[in-house]
Design a protein around this ligand. Structure first.
Ligand code: AMP
Length: 419
């Protein structure tokens, strides 16, 4: 399947994707769309960056657009469940872009913001509802959402739902859905809980796998930079001296770690922003839009926050810290080399992280080449300037008195008296 024409999507959908500059379907689109247009269930094993959003939304748009039906108040014709609010907003935006010319109504529901506009949007009924599980459940329990007109259900990033502790909420939503529907489940990996869920949820599904489980995208040039922990800020700075790097996503293990990297970069006059769970929705959106517009070159993120970032031209990934879970390495570096582009992933590794590196290499079944030519290779730990994090020695009250006495001695008035 080499072009979109052979997929026989509705002409207004074709026009919209042409306008977006999509020339050829990505592998997951070529494999999934024909089956989905026949109404089959699907198990999609794919990471973000493979074009999976279009792979499911185009055929659903085709289906809903071919048989127009008005959704009643509080109802939707298609429900898409996704783990993060960023991802939810992006899927909603994609659907609006692809469906511009067939007049579909899509809305999004997630937590952390007022529920009032969401309830209002749902009160009119929609074609597409894109939601995160917690808020959806909340609105369901309040009687703002019903599923009796549901035709298609998409569970996106199922493994991440599990990682983020949303699995019970997801199951509660699924329990309320009608039996008769088309179901699509996407997951980058297939842990046991997900394959059990897939078995109970999907009816004779087509299985489409675009990259084998836990293998990394071939087009990514991966390297390991061994570095002392204290030298990581300088190493990042030295990499960023290459002005041709326009978009770099830096991963840290913790939210505080992300804030610290931004502070370090700030001191070196490199504009960056952090995106993580402690940031308000407004701050996350600002950081993302500054990054997309090129106002900042560096976005620093934790694993969970980064899942929803859809920036197609990230050229560099830096793993400032190695992740505890080796699968996160695959997700992280998958943020570059999206939609067929090439990408570079540089992982910093200090002595305490060697076991994590071993786990990653075992998971991806390959050794990551070590770059010994970087600026901080073999450079010993930096000595802290002054006593860092050390409490000042307890003062002896007698000594304090003496010190005050000495100070007094220096006063000009006293000196004058002495004279
Ligand atoms: P996704 O995996 O759905 O997050 O998509 C990753 C990126 O690829 C998004 O920025 C899409 O707009 C883009 N994309 C999806 N399908 C195509 C295509 N057939 N041609 C070019 N870009 C695409």
């Amino acid at each position: 399947m080499s072009d979109f024409k052979s997929l026989k999507l509705l002409p207004p959908i074709m026009e919209a994707i042409e306008k977006l500059g999509y020339k050829t379907p990505t592998p997951i689109q070529a494999k999934a769309i024909p089956h989905l247009m026949e109404g089959k269930d699907l198990l999609g094993i794919a990471q973000t960056g493979t074009g999976k959003t279009a792979a499911f939304s185009l055929p659903i748009l085709h289906r809903l657009g071919s048989f127009k039906k008005k959704a009643k108040p509080a109802r939707m014709r298609c429900l898409i469940l996704t783990p993060t609010r960023e991802l939810a907003s992006q899927i909603d935006q994609n659907i609006q872009d692809y469906g511009k010319r067939i007049n579909v109504k899509s809305t999004v529901i997630f937590g952390g913001v007022s529920q009032r506009p969401q309830v209002k949007a749902m009160s009119k009924g929609v074609d597409f509802l894109v939601a995160t599980p917690g808020r959806l459940l909340d609105l369901m329990n309040q009687g703002h959402i019903y599923y009796d007109q549901l035709e298609v259900f998409v569970l996106d990033e199922a493994d991440r739902m599990l990682d983020m502790g949303f699995f019970n909420d997801v199951k509660k939503v699924i329990a309320k859905l009608p039996k008769e529907k088309q179901t699509l489940l996407f997951s980058a990996t297939m842990p046991k809980d997900i394959s059990n869920l897939a078995n109970s949820l999907l009816k004779n599904p087509v299985r489409v796998e675009v990259t084998p489980e836990a293998s990394t995208v071939d087009k990514i040039n991966q390297t390991i930079n061994y570095v002392d922990r204290t030298n990581k800020p300088l190493l990042l700075k030295s990499i960023l001296e290459d002005k041709s790097i326009k978009t770099m996503l830096v991963f840290t293990r913790t939210k505080h770690g992300a804030n610290r990297v931004v502070k370090h970069l700030d001191r070196m006059s490199i504009a960056s922003a952090a995106i993580h769970g402690n940031k308000s929705q407004g701050a996350r959106e600002r950081a993302l839009s500054d990054f997309k517009s090129g106002k900042i070159r560096v976005l620093v993120a934790t694993d969970i926050a980064a899942r929803g970032i859809d920036v197609s031209n990230i050229t560099h990934i830096v793993n400032y810290d190695l992740p505890d879970d080796p699968k996160s390495y695959v997700h992280r570096i998958g943020r570059t080399a999206r939609a067929g582009r090439e990408g570079i992933a540089i992982s910093f590794c200090d002595s305490s992280e060697r076991p994590l590196l071993k786990d990653i290499e075992k998971t991806i079944k390959q050794k990551i080449p070590v770059d010994e030519s970087h600026a901080l290779h073999g450079v010993p730990a930096q000595k802290p300037k002054g006593p860092v994090n050390k409490r000042p020695p307890k003062r002896d009250p007698k000594a304090k008195k003496e010190a005050i006495g000495d100070e007094k001695k220096k006063r000009p008035s006293q000196r004058r008296r002495k004279r």
